[in-house]
Design a protein around this ligand. Structure first.
Ligand code: PLP
Length: 364
């Protein structure tokens, strides 16, 4: 197999099939796993003199998030092995992706969501055919329920890094970046970090491409971005630790990265350090301001986790941690349309007399 074989195929996840575990095309549950685009942010959204950061927009994938990459792989493999029931603890996006792929093949799916999972995610999961419950705890506290149901309910656990295939699916983020950058790679990748499968998967992808001799030059510096109110990986990175202590009282508007303890912490910390990257925590208020700024100046509706990478990028630029000529990637792991938006309730009464539209518009 050569690079040119890949280039000659349609630009979707399956062009990489030799590097993925699913070997029989008939086992793929295909909902349209496209290669996601890189969108350049305008001058209004970058520090003076900096080249345009590129947003890798994972919101274009089935179920509107990058979770499709891992879960298409895990559910397709589970189905190929004859598994009939799958279960996951989820902050929202993973559950929706699991439910969609499971429903497509008539597999039963079950989701446990922390109480403050956005309403839209819980409804999406239910509508996609899963049985879903909220519970009053955080994502890492669902494990006991899942273990307790294993024998009597016969479900298979597809939690982060508890099975081997999600990470293989996540590799395609790194593979795509290599192809999109003509087999060299960008300089810095800012990634919103929760369970960390994205960071770990990309790092694995680049090691495999190096082994194949398909990429040249330095690997990107990986930057783990977390919210300051749930930043176990940032804290461990700053302390020089190899494992992260669980974060107490975790909360953030960026629900996908509200992961107080991650099973793959040591793998993430290793990838960040080996890549000569770094880890940054950002404030919720800055995340929300960034969502509005980029929506209004670039026409791009980031999800809060994606906006966190934007805030970290601006901070890193201000502190001289990246250089103006660096080719920078910001991961927008889900569509912004899945998240609560500020209210907009201006209304016109056209039934009770003449409307002075000029006055109304000027006063908006
Ligand atoms: C939108 C979004 N961004 C980032 C993450 C964190 O991803 P990872 O588990 O790869 O660290 C999640 C996980 O749920 C998410 O939904």
């Amino acid at each position: 197999m050569k690079r040119s074989d890949i280039e000659g195929r349609p630009a979707d996840m399956w062009r990489w099939h030799e590097l993925l575990p699913l070997k029989r095309p008939e086992d793929i549950i295909n909902l349209g796993e496209v290669q996601t685009p890189l969108v350049a942010l305008s001058e209004a959204s970058r520090p003076k003199g900096f080249c345009a950061p590129l947003v890798k927009d994972e919101g274009r994938l089935p179920t509107g998030s990058f979770k499709a990459r891992g879960l298409v792989m895990a559910v397709s493999m589970a189905n190929a092995f004859g598994i009939k029931r799958v279960v996951i603890p989820t902050n929202g996006n993973a559950g929706a992706a699991m439910a969609a792929y499971a429903s497509h093949v008539g597999m039963e799916s079950f989701c446990f969501c922390p109480e403050d999972t956005p309403e839209v995610n819980v409804r999406e999961i239910a509508l996609q055919g899963a049985k879903v419950w909220r519970f009053n705890g955080l994502i890492n506290e669902a494990g006991k329920m899942i273990v307790a149901g294993k024998e009597p309910l016969g479900w298979f656990d597809v939690s982060t890094l508890k099975e081997p295939y999600r990470i293989e699916g996540k590799k395609t983020m790194g593979l795509e970046l290599a192809a999109q950058f003509d087999w060299s790679l960008p300089d810095v990748v800012f990634y919103p970090t929760g369970g960390g499968t994205g960071l770990i998967g990309m790092w694995k992808a680049w090691q495999e491409l190096l082994e194949l001799g398909w990429i040249t030059g330095k690997l990107p510096r990986l930057v783990a971005v977390q919210a300051s109110t749930c930043a176990p990986i940032v804290r461990a990175y700053d302390q020089g630790a190899t494992h992260a202590e669980p974060w107490v009282n975790a909360h953030t508007v960026a629900s996908g990265i509200r992961v107080p303890a991650a099973i793959g912490d040591f793998l993430m910390l290793n990838a960040i350090r080996e890549s000569n990257g770094f880890a940054l925590a950002v404030e919720d208020a800055d995340i929300l301001a960034a969502v509005s700024h980029v929506a209004q100046r670039d026409g791009f509706l980031l999800c809060p986790e994606g906006a966190a990478t934007y805030v970290a990028y601006r901070t890193a630029a201000e502190r001289g941690m990246i250089s103006p000529t660096d080719k920078v990637i910001l991961f927008n792991c889900a569509t912004g349309l899945k998240y609560p938006m500020p209210a907009s309730d201006a209304r016109i009464d056209i039934k009770s007399g003449p409307v002075d539209i000029v006055d109304i518009v000027n006063k908006y």
